[in-house]
Design a protein around this ligand. Structure first.
Ligand code: HEM
Length: 504
């Protein structure tokens, strides 16, 4: 009746439940763990809290259990931090202790067991990868070099919309065109390469690979095998799917983009001319600082960390602007008042505070990575008056920090004015200065997002150019567009890609 595999799994589950309850008894005598719901053997709290551990569910649990609580999810500990004081400790004061990353069975596959930068443990490898990536991607010089290219990619979106009559009334799923724009921006910066159009077979392939990677990695479907290692044999076909996708995807990056740059670099002889980010990364490889695998995982990281997050934020900003036409008018008025007929450019964005406030408000209300990328403590650590067992997954509920009505006026309203009134001076800072730990869309400290230096101007410029050239409205027959959300393991995007009408 039962397969030998299932019988084996059940038997091992029973035996290990005895061991785990012995272990838990021992734990009880140790220093205080953070509060949390009572856990049962084997499953911990998993059956109570379910699979979808999203920012809203975790915020409601924080109201019950407090600003730091512990969930046992099978064999893993999840520690959830929900107030600014404790967030300061995790990200700043004890940034080293909590500076590592947990991976799970699926992320092990997608990062080659941490050969990348985003999901690698805190230590020398991470430090080296972050240093090597900084110069070609995350400096003011890079912004200056590339902002002209960003602007012309954005102008090309505006021209496409102006040429298309049907977008005026029927509207268009704007995500697709913005996706092409962002791929072009990032692939130009990485490889000095771009895609011809939405129909370009390479663009179709790249987006397919990346969206399938996101679907498989962000799904909650594999939790059972992740939380309960004994059930992992049942995940085999899921993991094989991930492995197969990843090997084809990395081969695509390698064969069509990285190898091309390698050839150009070696053709240049000893004196490498660095023309794009990949040349600088390959240069580090040639000097023996990183391996060929590290090179390809940097490309993998940028494809996910840079393109998708920025695209989600753009979709959120546009959806809110469609539903708030007065915000569009205010941005337009500000541009006319401050810039007159001059075009909006990266260098004059700082003169447009209302535009900046709109971007900040979008990232507050719809934090694209609401729980940040999970952190981990390699050793047992203290947090407040609690002991955090070693190798716990520690998440900071950045969405709740930015949306808790106790700390924000009219927290659930889209109101950019707040950043010019009661929240003037609240910035999305990731280091230095006076950081407001209620507002962390890019995290803070060692593992914070280095891409903020690119993401903020790219978002500001795109929104400015669309608002300057169009009235963005719901398509004919609708009064508002749907802003329901869809979350993943740690992503938050709009559930239904908006159809938006662009009239002049
Ligand atoms: C609106 C756009 C973006 C948002 C909201 C965002 C947000 C974040 C967040 C919350 C983290 C984790 C912080 C933590 O764990 O404490 C992160 C990490 C990271 N982001 Fe971004 N990001 C964005 C765009 C970008 C871009 C454009 C790039 C690159 C070009 C980028 C590259 C990275 C990298 C490499 C990390 C890992 C840092 C590390 O582990 O040391 N991100 N991002």
């Amino acid at each position: 009746m039962f397969s030998p595999m299932l019988l084996y799994a059940l038997a091992t589950v029973v035996v290990s439940s005895i061991f785990i309850s012995l272990y838990r008894k021992k734990e009880k005598g140790a220093a205080a763990l953070p509060p949390g719901p009572r856990a049962v053997p084997i499953f911990g709290n998993w059956l109570q809290v379910g699979n979808d551990l999203n920012h809203k569910l975790l915020a409601s649990l924080a109201q019950k259990y407090g600003p730091v609580f512990l969930l046992k999810l099978g064999s893993t500990n999840l520690v959830v931090v929900s107030n600014p004081e404790l967030a300061t400790q995790v990200l700043h004061t004890q940034g080293v202790e909590f500076g590592s990353r947990p991976r799970n069975v699926v992320f092990d596959i997608f990062t080659g067991n941490g050969q990348d930068m985003v999901f690698t443990v805190y230590g020398d490898h991470w430090r080296k990868m972050r240093r090597i990536m900084t110069l070609p991607f995350f400096t003011n010089k890079v912004v200056n070099n590339y902002s002209g290219m960003w602007e012309s990619e954005m102008d090309s979106v505006v021209r496409d919309l102006q040429r298309n009559e049907s977008v005026k009334t029927e509207g268009i799923v704007i995500r697709k065109r913005l996706q092409l724009m962002l791929y072009n921006i990032m692939y130009m910066m990485m490889f000095d390469a771009k895609f011809e159009s939405l129909e370009d077979p390479k663009f179709i392939e790249a987006t397919k690979f990346n969206s399938e990677r996101s679907r498989l990695a962000q799904s909650f479907e594999y939790n059972y095998g992740d939380f309960i290692p004994l059930l992992r044999p049942f995940l085999r076909s899921y993991l094989n799917k991930c492995k197969d996708l990843q090997s084809r995807r990395l081969a695509f990056f390698n064969n069509f983009y990285i190898e091309k740059r390698r050839k150009i670099m070696s053709g240049n002889g000893e004196k490498h001319r660095i023309s794009c980010a990949m040349d600088a990364i390959i240069d580090a490889e040639m000097k023996g600082e990183i391996s060929a695998a590290n090179v390809v995982y940097i490309v993998e990281n940028i494809n996910v960390a840079a393109i998708e997050t920025t695209l989600w934020s753009m979709e959120w900003a546009i959806a809110e602007l469609v539903n708030h036409p007065t915000v569009q008018s205010k941005i337009r008025d500000e541009m006319t008042r401050v810039l007159g007929d001059a075009p909006v450019t990266e260098s004059n964005l700082h003169l447009l505070p209302y535009l900046q406030a709109t971007i900040k408000e979008t990232l507050r209300l719809h934090t694209p990575i609401p729980l940040l990328v999970p952190h981990m403590n390699l050793e047992e650590a203290k947090l407040g008056r609690y002991t955090i067992p070693m190798e716990s997954k520690v998440v900071v509920n950045a969405w709740w920090l930015a949306n808790n009505p106790a700390w924000w006026k009219d927290a659930d309203e889209f109101r950019p004015e707040r950043f010019l009134e009661e929240e003037v001076g609240t910035e999305a800072a990731v280091a230095g200065g006076k950081v407001d730990f209620r507002y962390l869309p890019f995290g803070m400290g060692r593992r914070s997002c280095p891409g903020i230096i690119l993401a903020m101007p790219i978002l500001g410029l795109t929104v400015a150019k669309l608002v300057k050239n169009f009235q963005m409205r719901p398509p004919q027959g609708l009064h508002e567009i749907d802003v329901s959300e869809k979350g993943g393991q740690f992503s938050l995007h709009i559930a239904n890609h908006s159809v938006v009408a662009f009239s002049q």
